[in-house]
Design a protein. Structure first.
Length: 285
């Protein structure tokens, strides 16, 4: 029972919102760069991070990615996304899912007798679209939210908006997004919980094209915060990454083989609640 209470209450200790995972990074590359990602997304990650950046996908027309994250307190999570661009690169369409899951938690009464096995899950799925307006790339995401706890469930809808631009050339990218515009999560008990509305702007500088990339984001969510991240590519195959945000330091590595990529991120002590490991697999075509 104590373990169950920890799983349910810990998010509430650090967040006044429902679905606190919406405040976190998604995807191993983004995690490894400290979530400094509004101007730096690559491939299908842009579907979730900044839909305007779906039109910044370089070299390939389409992309698919999926991730698995191992969290503290026997929690795990997943993420999957896909993006397809028009032949003339004037528009793009994407879909994604991101969620968290806790399972195999045994309920016990006051005497310690075992009871039911409790399952808890929460997630969001969305449809993203992007188009060009001159030099500006803009995108919109329509989102569906859900959450399930023992004896209760909730649903909700919302939207994200994002823009991306490179007015001074491809080596300098600016991005901005507003995420989780929503009236809240509606529980079948009649309660309505707010979702974590956030605004983020950032810049990504390709210091050495195809070699060294540095990014910085400014986010407003429960106050103002700054995150920084960097990626260094070795021989067009091996990527070394590091970042720093309010969640703590982050590190990662990526392996690129032709149009496939495997990425790993490690956060030693995320939000002071233990280590987090994320693995992503991506395919560009």
């Amino acid at each position: 029972m104590i373990k169950l209470l920890l799983v349910i209450l810990l998010p509430g200790l650090i967040s006044a919102y429902a679905l606190p995972f919406l405040k976190e990074s998604t995807g191993a590359r983004a995690e490894a760069m400290g979530g400094t990602y509004v101007a730096a997304p690559e491939g299908a990650d842009a579907v979730f991070w900044n839909p305007g950046a779906m039109l910044s996908l370089s070299g390939w027309k389409n992309a698919v990615t999926c991730s698995y994250v191992r969290l503290d307190y026997d929690r795990s999570g997943g993420y999957a996304a896909a993006v397809e661009r028009a032949d003339d690169l004037s528009s793009a369409l994407g879909v994604f899912w991101a969620g968290r899951y806790s399972g195999g938690i045994e309920e016990r009464d006051v005497l310690g007798n075992p009871g039911a096995i409790l399952l808890m899950s929460a997630g969001t799925a969305g449809l993203s679209g992007a188009f060009r307006v001159g030099p500006l790339k803009a995108g919109l995401v329509l989102k569906y939210y859900y959450s399930s706890l023992p004896g209760a469930s909730a649903r909700g809808c919302g939207a994200d908006f994002g823009v991306s631009a490179s007015p001074f050339g491809p080596s300098l990218v600016f991005g901005a997004s507003v995420k989780d515009l929503s009236q809240g999560l509606y529980w079948d008990t009649g309660k309505i919980d707010p979702l974590p509305l956030s605004a983020r702007t950032g810049i990504c500088c390709k210091v050495i094209p195809e070699k060294l990339e540095v990014a910085c984001d400014l986010e407003y969510l429960d106050g103002l915060s700054v995150s920084v991240g960097a990626e260094y590519l070795i021989e067009d195959m091996l990527s070394l990454r590091a970042g720093l945000s309010k969640s703590g330091p982050a590190f990662g590595i990526g392996l690129n083989i032709k149009n496939y990529a495997i990425d790993y991120a490690f956060l030693p002590d995320k939000n002071s609640f233990g280590a987090e490991h994320t693995i992503s697999i991506s395919f560009l075509y």
